[in-house]
Every structure is written in structure tokens, then in C-alpha cells.
Write a new protein. Structure first.
Length: 346
């Protein structure tokens, strides 16, 4: 997969009044029919969505009946959609989800990494301990897949492999929501060992419009998507963590915007009230560029977003003494495209 070089600059990084760095990328905004209402850059080249589609990957947890059978809480459903920081609230939710399905931490196939939470990492270091699989930011997603496998009577061993029935179900859901045919050549392996399927940004945008509205999904999938989204709005800190953008959006714009980031500069969002889905990728994979672009899009589309995301839009950069030395800003190309789109909207 070769990324295009002609994508426009979406975000600029200023030091003082001079542009020091820039982030190119592409953005697609579409409705549930797949109709593009805004396209900036190359929205046709397939990209790996990575963790941005975790909520779609969690649909079998609800659709299978496992969520009801194990009496899962909003927190446990939200952590199944999460890229969590590894704080105590996240570890407790993952452990509880596993226990309810009579599973153990050793069943997780996601591997271990140091928690995103600096406080939790320091706690582990002070105790002379290494991170475990439960500290992996994807452990909630894996726990949800394991619970679905157990409830459906599948062997949980190998649940992470592409041929496992749970992964086959997930691939079918992604294909239905995004309106694509997923082939073997589209598949890569994610950092947590699960399959990840490359697809165009326009398809991902459609998928999130479907996820947010239920349109074009089977009634059962639509019901599962609604329940998962409501759980994330009810327990936003479980989806990411304090101070992180996903949690800020879910907490500050409940019902209006569901946002989920993925590795390598991918971000997706559902705007249920507008019936739209958003998918973007920053070519260089920079998280800061993807986050800043998403913030600008939300601010342009949702009246309450500029207030909720005021600090994120300011984009201030500070040095180690706390002095403001620069800022992250939307590029002229991004601002112009969003301005034109806003004028076209009824």
C-alpha cells in the first residue's frame, strides 16, 4: 500500500509566527448511503483503520447475546470499544468483563505493553513489576471478543486469528457497514495481533454514518451499535482516559459526536444527529495532526463543539517552562474546505 504524496496540508505547526512542520492527509465525510458530502485529498486509497473501528468490532459482543447473558455494564461495554490508558478504572472493567465470562487474563492474546497512563507505568516500576496483557490498551476489545466466543460456544483459543468464527463475524459487519468487499489482500495484522482490513476513507466514513444512525445495517446490528454507542456516552472515561480527546468528545458532546482514534494518524467519528460519518488519515501517522484535524471538523459541523473543544482548537504549544512558544492550527486548505461545506449545508 503506497500513500499518495499529493494530499493537502491539513494542519500546520507554528513556532512563533513561522511554520515549523506540517501534516498532510485526507478527509472523507459521508452519509449512510455512502454519498460523500466532503472529500479533501485522496479518499479512495485503502488505509488500515486500526483501533478506530473498535466499536464496530464490538458489535458481536452485543449481537450474540453475550452482553445480556453476562449482565455487562455500560463501563464493561465501553471498555470493549476502548483504547484505554491502563488506569485502575480500565483494568477493573476489563477484569470484571473477563470474570463474568469465566475467563482469565492469560486468555488475552493482545500481548503486553507499558500503559499509556504515566501514573500506572510509574506504579508498576515502583513495585518492580512488568506490564501484563491487561495493561494493553486493546485488552477490553480482546476481552469482549473472548466473551462473545464463549457465549456462542466457540473455542476461545485462537479467537484472534482471521479464520476464527468471531473474526469472520467482525469482517462481515465491517463489510456491511462500510459497503466494501473485504479480501485476503486487504488484511494486515494489528499491533494487538487481530486482523485489520484496509479500506478507503470514503467507506470508513459511510461505516460510521451507519454506526451512528443504524441506517443500512440489519436491525440486530443497528440495535447493537446503538447500545454500544450509548454505553460509551455513559462511561466516556472508559473509552480512552482523562485528558484524552476521545473521552473529551464523548463527555462534552454526548449524543452528537462519537469519536475514536486509531494508530498511524487515523480518526473516525459518527455524528448521529446529522446522519454523517467522518474518516481521516494524516499521511505521516502523527496523532497530533489527526486530532487537530478532527477538532476543526467537529467545530465546523456542531454548534456546541467550539465551546466544548475550545482548548483543543487553541492548539497552544508550550515549552518545558510553561511558556507558549507556538500553536497547532488548521491549514488554509482545511479551513477553506470546511467553510465552503458549511455554506452549502441547508
Amino acid at each position: 500500500m503506497v500513500l499518495p504524496t499529493a494530499n493537502p496540508v491539513l494542519v500546520e505547526v507554528f513556532r512563533g509566527d513561522r511554520v515549523e512542520s506540517s501534516h498532510r492527509g485526507a478527509i472523507a465525510i459521508a452519509d449512510a448511503r455512502g454519498r460523500l458530502v466532503l472529500a479533501l485529498g485522496d479518499v479512495e486509497t485503502p488505509v488500515y483503520p486500526r483501533s478506530a473501528v473498535k466499536a464496530l468490532q464490538a458489535i458481536p459482543l452485543v449481537d450474540s447475546g453475550a452482553a445480556d447473558a453476562f449482565d455487562l455494564t455500560d463501563a464493561e461495554l465501553a471498555v470493549a470499544c476502548a483504547s484505554h490508558t491502563g488506569d485502575r478504572v480500565h483494568l477493573d472493567a476489563v477484569a470484571s468483563l473477563l470474570a463474568k465470562a469465566n475467563l482469565r487474563e492469560r486468555d488475552l492474546a493482545c500481548g503486553a505493553h507499558w500503559p499509556i497512563s504515566e501514573a500506572t507505568s510509574r506504579e508498576l516500576l515502583r513495585a518492580g513489576r512488568r506490564p501484563r496483557a491487561i495493561h494493553n490498551n486493546c485488552s477490553g476489545k480482546h476481552a469482549g471478543m473472548l466473551a462473545a466466543a464463549v457465549h456462542l460456544g466457540f473455542d476461545p483459543q485462537g479467537y484472534e486469528t482471521p479464520a476464527h468464527p468471531v473474526q469472520v463475524m467482525i469482517a462481515r459487519i465491517l463489510a456491511e457497514a462500510c459497503g466494501v468487499a473485504l479480501e485476503q489482500d486487504d488484511m494486515g495484522i494489528d499491533g494487538c495481533s487481530l486482523p485489520t482490513y484496509a479500506m478507503p476513507l470514503r467507506s470508513l466514513a459511510r461505516g460510521f454514518a451507519c454506526f451512528g444512525t443504524g441506517a443500512k445495517l440489519s436491525p440486530d446490528y443497528a440495535s447493537a451499535a446503538k447500545r454500544l454507542m450509548e454505553a460509551c456516552f455513559a462511561a466516556p472515561v472508559l473509552v480512552a482516559g482523562e485528558g484524552r480527546l476521545d473521552t473529551k468528545v464523548l463527555r462534552g458532546l454526548p449524543g452528537a459526536a462519537f469519536a475514536k482514534g486509531g494508530a498511524e494518524g487515523v480518526y473516525c467519528a459518527a455524528l448521529p444527529e446529522l446522519g454523517l460519518g467522518i474518516a481521516l488519515k494524516v499521511d505521516d501517522g502523527a496523532k497530533r495532526g489527526a486530532e487537530r484535524a478532527l477538532v476543526e471538523i467537529l467545530a465546523a459541523l456542531l454548534p456546541e463543539a467550539p465551546t466544548v473543544l475550545k482548548n483543543e482548537r487553541d492548539g497552544a504549544l508550550h515549552n518545558w517552562r510553561g511558556q507558549r512558544v507556538g500553536r497547532l492550527a488548521a491549514s488554509e486548505a482545511l479551513s477553506s474546505a470546511l467553510g465552503d461545506f458549511a455554506e452549502r449545508r441547508p
